[in-house]
Design a protein around this ligand. Structure first.
Ligand SMILES: N[C@@H](CCC(=O)N[C@@H](CS)C(=O)NCC(=O)O)C(=O)O
Length: 219
């Protein structure tokens, strides 16, 4: 995994008064919002592949976003999106696959067929996982999320070469990490519950991903 020796200088977020960029001039641009967990997936993928010089980071202030973003770049007006080869692509789970497949840098998906198949299953499951957690905040989150976190604990034990889902750090980890770290904080701070209690593999995953993430992206 490419690991930058210095932390990236983050450009300021563009706002409604920011001038339009010279779109489709051959520059590859990743439009993000620094705080968006979907955008963070694409940002982490770019950084893990060492593409900081190949893919320009364009942060947007979503609360005061430039009108040109919707008009000229990405009509859904969401982040992330990627301007590449005169096209704009969106959807974070599609983008992480696209960045991995279409740019240089260490592959972030294994070649082993069983791991690939399980990785696809995990990535397909992530929306179900995240959308199942939020509604429990109004109910009994600890009890109601138990099966969801147990699913991750079991998934982390599927191959005996962790600490990551597929052995090596991969797109499957990237799909979950930005949400899981938020859930861990919310459960700990608000519900006074440790989601890793009784889940040793999840505990290790969270501990180790912190070190990978802190080298590649600082949130
Ligand atoms: N399914 C999309 C969701 C992206 C998304 O909802 N991003 C939020 C920020 S976290 C956004 O752009 N919101 C702006 C809006 O909805 O107007 C993905 O995975 O990329």
């Amino acid at each position: 995994m490419a690991t930058p020796s210095v932390l990236e200088v983050r450009p300021p977020a563009l706002t409604s008064i920011s001038e339009p960029l010279p779109f489709f001039d051959g520059t590859t641009r990743l439009y993000i919002c620094y705080l968006c967990p979907f955008a963070q997936r694409a940002w982490i993928t770019r950084n893990c592949k060492g593409l900081q010089d190949k893919i320009e980071l364009v942060p947007i202030d979503l609360k005061n976003r430039p009108a040109w973003y919707k008009e000229k770049v990405y009509p859904t007006n969401k982040v992330p999106s990627l301007e590449h080869n005169s096209k704009v692509l969106g959807e974070s789970l599609d983008l992480i696959r696209y960045i991995d497949a279409n740019f240089e840098g260490a592959p972030l998906f294994p070649t082993d067929p069983a791991k690939r198949e399980f990785g696809e299953q995990l990535i397909s499951h992530v929306d179900t996982f995240t959308s199942g957690i939020y509604p429990t905040f109004k109910g009994d989150p600890i009890q109601q999320t138990s099966a969801a976190f147990d699913y991750l604990e079991n998934a982390l034990g599927k191959f005996d070469d962790g600490p990551f889902f597929l052995g090596q750090f991969s797109l499957a980890d990237i799909a979950y990490v930005s949400f899981l770290e938020r859930f861990q904080i919310v459960f700990s701070e608000i519900f006074k519950h440790d989601i890793t209690a009784g889940r040793p593999k999840l505990a290790t995953w969270i501990q180790v991903r912190s070190s990978v993430q802190s080298k590649n992206i600082v949130i």
